[in-house]
Ligand binder design. Structure first.
Ligand SMILES: *[C@@H]1O[C@H](CO)[C@@H](O)[C@H](O)[C@H]1NC(C)=O
Ligand SMILES: *[C@@H]1O[C@H](CO)[C@@H](O)[C@H](O)[C@H]1NC(C)=O
Ligand SMILES: *[C@@H]1O[C@H](CO)[C@@H](O)[C@H](O)[C@H]1NC(C)=O
Ligand SMILES: *[C@@H]1O[C@H](CO)[C@@H](O)[C@H](O)[C@H]1NC(C)=O
Ligand SMILES: *[C@@H]1O[C@H](CO)[C@@H](O)[C@H](O)[C@H]1NC(C)=O
Length: 855
């Protein structure tokens, strides 16, 4: 961690004066969610949950009405098997009618339903139905809330998510849909292996000779291998950035830690059924308990040769106790060994490499420490190739955060240039134009993005077509049983008219061009379609140009021309450009020989959610949030009332005469409070369940208004002496000032220089002082007769108010500048001056002054 921070050079770029937005990175795994937060002024690290844990269980659930997250949601599966949802990652973008969904149904106790889009949802016991995207969105929002509370409520909207490289377009769509339902924006999707590579490169330097590593990720639901090549961006400069080229991918879907858990649970189920001759499979609660137990036992077996298992009251009140040996477990999983390591050989083949090219194999993923998997990998690659001392546990989510920081361009990080690749062959298909009447339509398939194509590229396809036609983007081979191959279909319209217009403008053999894009986040789309024709140039240079090879191709097959990389995301993503090597399109297109065509994109068999669907889902989630915060507010108001009632009860029960409450209250007041208190207790026990937040508040206020005068008296007892002291101090200062000023005045008159304070000023202050004194004497006398349990006649606030004029006047005089002493020679001219004569005053007011003129 330390090294990572050192290598980071994390600081904020100076040119950005707009508010810095934070970037949340989420590694949404089958079993665990990890998140990291890149935010101004916060050290970059893994986000902690409320219990300071660094990973968060990927679960959401309901305990009756209350929604729960993380381990709270996971742990209630044994009691509420149909209201606890975990391992939902399996179902992202999965067709309901697919082996994936069947497998999920075999490990989960959820009640699955088919959505209108053909994907998977779940029905809670209260009958409400939730799509997988909604359930995942709730978890993403939960993570966002954690991030926002880390930032003291500052909003977090931009998110980078890791996805397995093997995710199809439909699965990627499902990820982005969930992000949007959660009210966030997807900055990018990054393959988890690539994210690990980014994190790895952050603290290391490389030469211009590429170094190849395998990142082997054993997760809960799949195992995958990514071959990455690291090299320096610029060989001459040691401090230059690092280029990461993904060279090969290999993966096995649906064989991972959960498959081991499932097999272990099978051992337990069979063992139980044999011992107790009782069916357990049909008991959802029991199956959920055994699922959790299998995972626990697997962990024990990682370090021990056998493990005891114990589940109380598993089914039919039978306590299940048994023992499982590691060898039994391992022989039940023996057939998986080959599948654990196949991704490595696939990735090597994909990269056209052998193990000899590989510097090290970096193990990551929650299941990579499972002995069976570790042994299989070690046997396949050799012990010496396994990277030691690389802590890759959090590498993916940290790497994703660094990737997001680079994309947001608001944080300065080491220059790391990732070039990722696509996992599947993508082809474009269309029906050939029939050459003759009645000939059979022929479908033409052209590979646009073969496996290993760099992401962030686009290709332009050229068609010699006369009529409108459709283009289809599909995976060349089925990606997974039951999963659709079609990605999208687009209708190109207005071709005949556009071609005719071009011909009229003088174009020779105009053609149709369509641009297909493979975005940085791995989405393919058709960006645009145009009709294009070179306008005949009758000038000599024009003729020369066409003679030298400007002739157009005449084949009907689409021809592809590779152009510079341009990021193009799905409708949902942000606009920032990720790839620093990407440059704007350089090929100038003459306006007058290009006519845009109408492009109607039609939905694939598993379309992304529509805007309306997403909005409806978002509204649903927000309604829950509102309900929950309303509930929290009600709970707070209720608890506050209850706490207050008990406090008042204690006050009333304390009859020691020393208690301030008793001292400051009257018998009748206490009686009234007692009565109201009993009423409130009765009200609370009757309306605990149906009262509204405002009712609790009203109950509290009613009793409080009875207590208020008593509290006030008590506060006054403490505040009054302080305020009185202030007034007395002011009285004393003013008196002192007046005495001094009068003396100075007399002295000034004697020496015939202008006095600092005139007689009028002094008299006016003295008048104010006198009034204040009279008022104080009178009020203080009255207050003396007030008992502690009576309302005060003279309040500290009144004292503070009344002393203000005196204070202001005195301050004003103190701030007054001394008059300049004129440097005139002394004259004998008499001037009118004043002096004071002291007379003895009454006892209460010590002095009264009287001025008289003197000649
Ligand atoms: C892999 O190793 C072989 C043999 O050493 C070598 O010929 C080949 O160029 C290497 N491939 C890469 C991609 O480095
Ligand atoms: C073709 O030209 C006509 C006449 O100038 C114009 O109205 C029409 O919009 C043009 N169509 C296209 C597709 O450019
Ligand atoms: C009154 O206030 C002054 C100055 O703030 C302080 O020194 C003095 O102790 C106080 N007297 C009483 C009785 O609180
Ligand atoms: C005001 O101060 C004088 C002495 O400066 C004192 O005799 C008199 O009691 C004071 N009056 C009040 C109300 O504190
Ligand atoms: C009175 O005169 C003395 C000496 O010049 C001076 O320090 C003091 O501030 C004067 N006081 C008043 C109230 O004018």
């Amino acid at each position: 961690m330390n090294r990572l921070l050192l290598g980071l050079l994390l600081c904020f770029s100076l040119w950005s004066h707009t508010a810095l937005a934070s970037v949340l990175a989420i590694d949404y795994g089958t079993d665990w969610i990890k998140a990291s937060l890149m935010a101004p002024g916060v050290p970059f690290d893994v986000l902690l949950n409320r219990d300071s844990k660094r990973k968060i269980q990927s679960s959401v659930g309901w305990k009756k009405e209350d929604r729960l997250f993380a381990s709270d949601a996971f742990n209630i599966a044994g009691r509420f098997p149909q209201d606890s949802f975990s391992e939902l990652k399996y179902l992202q973008g999965a067709p309901f009618d697919s082996p994936t969904t069947s497998f999920y149904a075999s490990i989960s106790t959820a009640d699955l339903i088919k959505t209108s889009r053909g994907t998977v949802g779940a029905r809670r016991t209260d009958g409400s139905e939730w799509s997988v995207e909604e359930l995942i969105a709730m978890q993403l929002a939960y993570i966002r809330d954690l991030a926002e509370s880390t930032l003291n409520g500052e909003k977090v909207a931009d998110v980078v998510l890791t996805v397995p490289a093997f995710y199809t377009q439909h699965e990627r769509d499902a990820v982005i849909d969930a992000v949007e339902i959660a009210g966030m924006r997807t900055l990018a999707l990054v393959h988890d292996g690539s994210a690990v590579a980014i994190n790895y490169a952050m603290t290391r330097t490389f030469t211009d000779k590429p170094e190849h590593h395998i990142i082997y990720d054993a997760g809960a639901s799949s195992v995958r291998a990514t071959i990455v090549s690291f090299s320096s961006v610029d060989a001459k400069s040691k401090t230059s950035g690092t280029a990461i080229q993904v060279a090969g991918l290999g993966f096995e879907r649906q064989v991972g830690g959960n498959e081991l858990d499932r097999r272990l649970r099978e051992i337990l189920v069979k063992d139980f059924e044999k011992k107790h001759r009782t069916d357990v499979r049909s008991d959802k609660r029991a199956m959920a308990k055994l699922w959790k137990e299998a995972n626990r036992v697997k962990t024990i077996l990682s370090a021990n040769s056998d493990a005891s298992t114990s589940v109380e009251s598993l089914t039919n009140d039978i306590d299940y106790r048994s023992k499982v040996s590691r060898s039994d477990f391992e022989s039940a999983c023996r057939d998986l060994t080959g599948r654990f390591v196949k991704p490595i050989s696939d990735a090597l083949a994909n990269a056209d490499m052998t193990l000899d090219n590989i510097t090290s194999v970096i193990l990551t993923g929650g299941s990579s420490r499972t002995p069976i998997i570790q042994a299989a990998v070690t046997a396949a690659v050799g012990k010496s190739r396994i990277a030691q001392n690389v802590n890759a546990d959090e590498a993916a989510v940290l790497g994703a955060g660094l990737h997001g920081a680079a994309l947001s361009r608001q944080f300065k990080t080491k220059d790391i240039r990732l070039t990722d690749i696509a996992p599947y062959d993508v082809q474009v298909s269309y029906i050939a134009e029939s050459k003759s009447q009645g000939s059979k339509p022929r479908t033409i398939n052209t590979l646009v993005f073969p496996v290993g194509s760099k992401v962030g590229t686009r290709k332009t396809l050229t068609f010699k077509r006369k009529d409108d036609f459709n283009l289809k983007l599909t995976y060349r081979t089925p990606v997974l049983p039951g999963y659709p191959s079609d990605i999208l279909e687009a209708e190109l319209k207005g071709i005949p008219e556009a071609l005719q217009n071009l011909t009229e403008m003088g174009a020779v053999d105009p053609v149709v061009k369509a641009t297909v894009v493979l975005s940085e986040s791995g989405f393919v789309s058709i960006q645009d379609a145009i009709a294009f024709g070179e306008i005949k140039d009758d000038s000599l240079t024009g003729k020369l140009k066409s003679f030298l090879g400007g002739g157009s191709s005449s084949s009907e097959e689409a021809t592809t021309e590779k152009e510079t990389a341009v990021r193009s995301e799905s409708e949902t993503s942000s606009s920032s450009s990720a790839d620093p090597s990407a440059t704007a399109e350089t090929k100038p297109v003459k306006k007058d020989n290009t006519i845009p065509l109408e492009l109607n994109v039609k939905l694939a068999s598993i379309p992304p959610m529509s805007v309306a669907e997403k909005r409806a889902a978002r509204d649903r989630l927000m309604a829950i949030d509102r309900l929950e915060s309303g509930k929290r507010a009600r709970e707070e108001a209720r608890n506050s009332l209850e706490g207050y009632l008990y406090r008042v009860r204690d006050l009333l029960e304390d009859d020691s005469t020393e208690s301030p409450f008793v001292k400051c209250s009257q018998q009748a007041e206490r009686k009234a409070m007692e009565q109201k208190l009993q009423e409130s207790f009765a009200w609370l026990s009757e309306h605990d369940d149906d009262a509204l937040t405002k009712d609790f508040i009203a109950q509290r206020s009613a009793l409080e208004s009875l207590e208020q005068p008593i509290i006030h008296r008590y506060t006054e007892i403490q505040e009054f002496p302080k305020a009185l002291n202030v007034s007395q101090m002011m009285n004393w200062s003013a008196r002192l000032f007046i005495t001094e000023a009068k003396t100075n005045l007399t002295a000034a008159q004697d020496s015939e220089i202008p006095p600092r304070y005139t007689k009028e000023e002094i008299d006016s202050l003295e008048k104010t002082l006198k009034e204040h004194e009279v008022w104080m004497n009178e009020m203080v006398e009255k207050q003396k007769r007030v008992k502690m349990n009576e309302d005060p006649v003279l309040e500290s606030s009144m004292l503070k108010e009344k002393v203000k004029p005196l204070e202001t006047q005195l301050q004003k005089l103190l701030k007054k500048k001394a008059p300049r002493i004129p440097k005139k020679p002394k004259t004998t001219t008499s001037s009118s001056t004043t002096t004071t004569a002291k007379e003895s005053g009454s006892a209460s007011s010590d002095s009264s002054t009287q001025g008289h003129d003197e000649l």
